[in-house]
Design a protein around this ligand. Structure first.
Ligand SMILES: [Zn+2]
Length: 241
């Protein structure tokens, strides 16, 4: 669990691990205390630092499954790239306004985050939390989906989100998932270059012409042909490796 931040009162409506008595404490310390209160037998290693190109490989290589809870694109690409280089499954979740996404990237038989979004969007296209906002319950919803995928990966049960992108729309209360074949097939054609090492900090921003992840909306994304409502599960959309 790496984080360099302290708990702030403005976090409490969406960051479900913390309470008012934690305000001002380092987040890793408060999160560890809360989780060990739930289960004193679990072992939690904290890293009270920002994840950087210098420390990412050393931290990530110690764990079997990585859960991406990042709130910025530079760190999200860093986590992706380190997971690809180390061959670690990366349980992805993100939120924006009233919508959330989840997937499992960088598994042995599936695509990575860059297969879906090859480069970060340019900074001027990325709204801040204050500008974009987020519904307070969304991190809990998406985080619980990520926890579900993590349990499935560790126990080997069920059908994970490898090769599929789950889209949650809180306003419509809809869950859909898509193979986004066009995006995931990038894996097969290697549109993004093979990663050989982590780029230096700061992680480079994308070219202005590239579509950014923040532009993907359930309502706007060109998904109909490949989107199916969650119900009877569609066949796993694993790209043929
Ligand atoms: Zn990839």
């Amino acid at each position: 669990m790496p984080d360099f931040d302290d708990v702030d009162a403005s976090n409490l409506h969406r960051q479900v691990l913390y309470g008012t008595s934690d305000v001002g404490r380092p987040k890793v310390e408060a999160a560890k205390a809360r989780l060990q209160d739930l289960n004193p037998d679990i072992v939690i290693e904290t890293h009270d630092a920002a994840l950087t190109s210098e420390n990412a490989l050393g931290i990530i290589e110690k764990y079997d499954v990585i859960v991406d809870g990042t709130d910025n694109f530079a760190t999200r690409y860093l986590v992706n790239d380190a997971c690809v280089l180390l061959g670690k499954p990366n349980v992805y979740g993100s939120i924006f306004r009233f919508e959330g996404q989840a997937s499992v990237f960088s598994a042995a038989d599936g695509p990575c985050y860059r297969c879906l979004y090859p480069e970060p969007p340019p900074p001027h296209l990325v709204p801040s939390c204050a500008e974009g906002g987020v519904l307070g319950v969304l991190p809990g919803v998406v985080g619980t989906i990520q926890a579900t995928e993590t349990i499935k990966l560790l126990t080997g049960i069920g059908e994970t989100l490898v090769g599929r992108l789950l889209l949650f729309d809180a306003l419509r209360m809809s869950l859909a998932y898509t193979t986004r074949a066009g995006a995931f097939l990038l894996l097969l054609t290697e549109v993004h270059p093979r990663l050989l090492d982590l780029p230096p900090q700061p992680y480079p921003a994308g070219a202005p012409s590239l579509p950014g992840p923040q532009q993907l909306s359930i309502n706007e994304a060109p998904l109909p042909a490949e989107t199916a409502p969650v119900g009877p599960p569609a066949p796993p959309a694993a790209p043929e490796a």
